[in-house]
Design a protein around this ligand. Sequence first.
Ligand SMILES: [Zn+2]
Length: 341
Amino acid sequence: MRALVLREFGGPLLMEDVPVPDYGADDVLIRVKACAVDQFDLTIRDGKWPTARTPIILGHEIAGEVSAVGANVTNFVIGDRVTSTLYLTCGHCRYCLSGRETICANFKGYIGIHTPGAYAEFTTVPAVNLVRLPESISFSVGSVLANAVGTPYHAFTKRARIQPGEKVIITGAGGGVGVHAIQLARLMGAFVMAVDIGAEKLEQARALGADLVFDGSSGDFSNTAREWTSGLGADVILELVGTATFESSIKSLARGGRMVIVGSHTGTALNVSPQAMIANEWEIMGSRNCSKQELAEVVALVGGGKIQPVVSGVFALEQAEDLHKRLRERNIVGRVVLEPS
Ligand SMILES: [Zn+2]
């Protein structure tokens, strides 16, 4: 099969003819119809993920057709349209059993790092990770659901527990996760202030339903947030940025507010006064991707037209280098997808 292989960290993605990957008794072989590309691919490629090893085939956001099934797999057949969750989990610890498998106690790694990824014509995934895609969802849209839609879905429904009428700030709102976070917060009946940098991203945020947009290049957004909330502050803040916005976010948080940290690409230093946390009963928490059940719920929302995934471009495998360059420059709105076969 054709695959883009990374032979050394920091090196080029090489188009090679490699064997179709082996699949185990509990696995499914998938003909990859779409693989979304994201910042995590760059992290791995640059050698900044400690457990990654070369040679490696990147690609963890997968949609495709079932091409073969392992001996123990009874719930999928050849030709099924599927997408996948992102992690390799044990399926039997207390977290897996309670629908919180993204914090599995026996976490076994990542699809696309610890299994061969989907920058290739075929990839393998444990059957337990797969969710069916209805015909109404294209493969390119299907490939972005687990990460770009599932991540804010889990953050808002299970972690922040957004209530109708609440005011929500989203930092990094023009990125792949942010554009879907805006739609989800609106769907849950919240008002949204979107923070990002650059006219194109802010226009997109407004078009997706943000009630207020703020250009982060003009600095601290907390005064604007306080005005927007009649001085009360935001009930919920979704942090997709990190140190560059943490201080503004904390200053914008209402009494009783919840701040959910999902991304920190600008740095991880977070300075919060325990006294302020106590006095305001702030909840400051992390959120990690989504469970398979949540992915199934996202598939239902998208299939039913409640959320419109933003896929801003679909490209051939050969164009992955160019996409990585654009990702590095952060000049992509929404998500971009490769079509390996
Ligand atoms: Zn587990």
